[in-house]
Design a protein around this ligand. Structure first.
Ligand code: SAH
Length: 216
C-alpha cells in the first residue's frame, strides 16, 4: 500500500510540475526549479516514464537527422534534458536546461542562452517548447542561429491547434518551414530554415496547447 501511495504521489507531483512548466513563463520555471532541485528530479522521472510508453523517442529522430548531416555542424539543444542528442552524435552540441541532469548542461533559461549571435548551425527543441513566452524563446533561437541555419522542432501532435497557423507564426519569427514529418501519431517533427531576423512585432498566432498527462 505504501509503495502504491508513493507511486501515486510521484505521479501527481509530475503532472503538477509539468502543468506549471506549460503555464508559466520560462523565467518563472527557472525560479521554480532552481529553488527546488528535487522537484526537477521528480519532473524528469515522470517525463522518462511517459516517454517509455511511446512507440518512438523523438530525440532518436533528431539524432538520426543529425547523423545524416556533416559532423562539423554546431548544434544547440534547448531544453536538453538528459543530453541524449549530445551523447549520440559527434557534433559539438551546446546543451541548455534549467538544472544539470548531466555534466554537459549549461544551466540557463532558454530564453537567454550564453551564445554569440549567429554561432549555431542547428537549433533543437525536442519536446521543449514550454513556457508562455514562446515568442521570446524562439527569438533567442533565431539570434544564435546562423543565417540559413536549421531549426528542428519535435512536439507532441495534440499541442498543435492548427499547424498552418503555427507555421505562419514561425515565418514571422524568421523561420521558413522546409519539411514536416507528421507520420507519427504522437509527435510532429518540423524542420525550418532561418530566413532572417524576426519581424519584432507580437505574433499572437504562436500558440501551442499545453501537453497535460492523464492520471493512469
Ligand atoms: N529534450 C529532452 C527533454 C525534454 S523535457 C528530450 O527530448 O528528452 C523538456 C525539457 O525542457 C526539460 O528538461 C525542462 O527542464 C526543459 N526546460 C523547460 N523550460 C526551460 C527553460 N525555460 N530553459 C531551459 N530548459 C527548459
Amino acid at each position: 500500500l505504501r509503495a502504491r501511495m508513493e507511486e501515486r504521489l510521484l505521479g501527481a507531483r509530475f503532472r503538477y510540475l509539468n502543468e506549471r512548466l506549460y503555464t508559466s513563463s520560462s523565467r518563472e520555471a527557472a525560479r521554480l526549479f532552481r529553488g527546488d532541485p528535487e522537484a526537477f528530479e521528480i519532473y524528469h522521472q515522470g517525463f522518462a516514464r511517459q516517454l517509455a510508453r511511446w512507440p518512438q523517442n523523438p530525440a532518436d529522430r533528431i539524432v538520426r537527422y543529425l547523423r545524416r548531416r556533416p559532423a562539423s555542424l554546431v548544434v544547440a539543444d534547448f531544453g536538453c534534458g538528459d543530453c541524449k542528442v549530445a551523447r549520440s552524435v559527434p557534433n559539438q552540441v551546446h546543451c541548455f536546461d534549467l538544472l544539470p541532469l548531466c555534466p554537459r548542461v549549461t544551466v540557463c533559461d532558454m530564453a537567454q542562452v550564453p551564445l554569440e549571435a549567429e554561432s549555431v548551425d542547428v537549433g533543437v527543441f525536442c519536446l521543449a517548447l514550454m513556457g508562455t513566452n514562446l515568442q521570446e524563446i524562439l527569438e533567442e533561437a533565431n539570434r544564435v542561429l546562423k543565417p540559413g541555419g536549421t531549426l528542428l522542432v519535435a512536439e507532441v501532435a495534440s499541442r498543435f491547434e492548427n499547424l498552418r497557423t503555427f507555421l505562419s507564426a514561425m515565418a514571422q519569427l524568421g523561420f521558413k518551414s522546409v519539411s514536416k514529418d507528421l507520420s507519427s501519431s504522437f509527435f510532429y517533427l518540423l524542420e525550418f530554415t532561418k530566413t532572417g531576423a524576426p519581424t519584432g512585432r507580437p505574433v499572437p498566432a504562436l500558440r501551442l496547447r499545453p501537453c497535460l498527462y492523464k492520471r493512469r
